[in-house]
Design a protein around this ligand. Sequence first.
Ligand SMILES: [Zn+2]
Length: 302
Amino acid sequence: MPELPEVETVRRTLSELVVGKTIQSVTVSLPRIIQKPDDIRQFEMDLAGHRILEMGRRGKFLRFIMDGVVLVSHLRMEGRYGLYHSSDPVEKHTHVIFHFTDGTELRYKDVRQFGTMHLFAAGDEFNHKPLSKLGLEPLDDSFTYEAFRDVMAKRTTKIKVALLNQEYVVGLGNIYVDEALFRAGIHPETPACELSDDLLRKLHTMILETLNEAVEAGGSSIKSYVNGQGEMGMFQQSLRIYGRKDESCVVCGHPVEKTVVGGRGTHYCPSCQPLKRTSIKRTKSKHSTASSNSKVDGEVRG
Ligand SMILES: [Zn+2]
């Protein structure tokens, strides 16, 4: 499944490929991809004649921002976009084709057929599902340490579970959460509310570092994306903890362990990410006392 850095790479690639083009017509051959409007003919008609002004993104949702309408697209497991000439043969599993006035076509392929598209009046997309309940956007300027702390510091759930909750922070995904927690030296099962300010600040920094590295790595694979295959996975080579079960930790040499947290396979180094150390740091932190802890807990439960 593409994670946030991959979707950002797709957004940047699409920006270069389709911004400025005008849709002449649309062909939908798999109606269930289109979630809004219900009527496929309406979807096709509503898009005809519109020009793509900008490519946006919210979490793992792509936003095709046009004059008057916005198309919100989620790739899910295997959705892919590719730009073709109208004379190119249409490949198998192509479900939606945007025919442009210049003779090119943006084709949406999806072998697993889990991808979705929603069409909204411009600006209205944030008032409705699927974008209405999304949390902080980690690659946006608004993702400050203070905003992150405000969302996380109250949570009694395990930090890994909290980081994967889309209503708190969007698009981190299993791989990047494990990487960021490893870099920050935080055990994935530490309750979020027990993290000291120092550790929470370090985690915020490492989330940004991990995602930005991945975006840059993804950016180098734009060519293969245009060919419609294999745009993912460039960052895999630089993963430090994810997928390294039983291998030596790149920092301390201790064997990497794998467990399950919140139903997700989780990699961590028991030596670099001890469960206790965070609690010890917490009691040392001047901002954290037993009383503030229980008060925060009470607020969450209430
Ligand atoms: Zn280690």
